[in-house]
Design a protein around this ligand. Structure first.
Ligand code: CUA
Length: 146
């Protein structure tokens, strides 16, 4: 085997090790998980915010051209929020700014992600999947109160 081929194999092998380490480190040490996706069920017919108890909320969000339902979401700081997200037309994005949350709203499926909101303030929701001519106006807002 040529020495350049050997070097290329060594570099590729080392990079695979680095990537594997990064994945395992994030999964186990930083506890970063991937959102779950389940088939659409008929109980999810309208967008709403449900209070489970004082610090636990469920948010059902329907994305469609070119808004979210509900568009303005509010709950108190320190809440654990289960976000259930779906779309009624095309694939939309659901990115929560300042929160490192980036979900995909898929027709026929429900994306679920649990998020803890510790800091009060306004968080914008942005569609980051191109979904038609009004895509850039597809926005929402989360208000975390004191
Ligand atoms: Cu919805 Cu872009």
């Amino acid at each position: 085997m040529n020495k350049y081929e050997q070097r290329a194999i060594m570099v590729a092998g080392s990079l695979m090790g680095v990537f594997l380490f990064a994945i395992l480190y994030n999964a186990f040490s930083r506890k970063i998980d991937v959102p779950s996706c389940t088939p659409f069920n008929t109980k999810f017919e309208k967008g709403q915010v449900k209070k489970v108890d004082d610090n636990h909320y469920e948010v059902y969000v329907i994305a469609h051209m070119w808004s979210y339902e509900p568009g303005d979401i509010s709950f108190p700081a320190g809440s654990t929020v289960d976000i259930y997200l779906t779309s009624t037309d095309v694939v939309h994005g659901f990115e929560i700014t300042r929160k490192d949350i980036n979900l995909m709203a898929v027709p026929g499926g429900i994306t679920k992600k649990t998020v803890v909101f510790d800091q009060p303030g306004k968080y914008n929701i942005v569609c980051n999947e191109y979904c038609g001519y009004n895509h850039q106006n597809m926005l929402g807002e989360i208000t975390v109160t004191y």
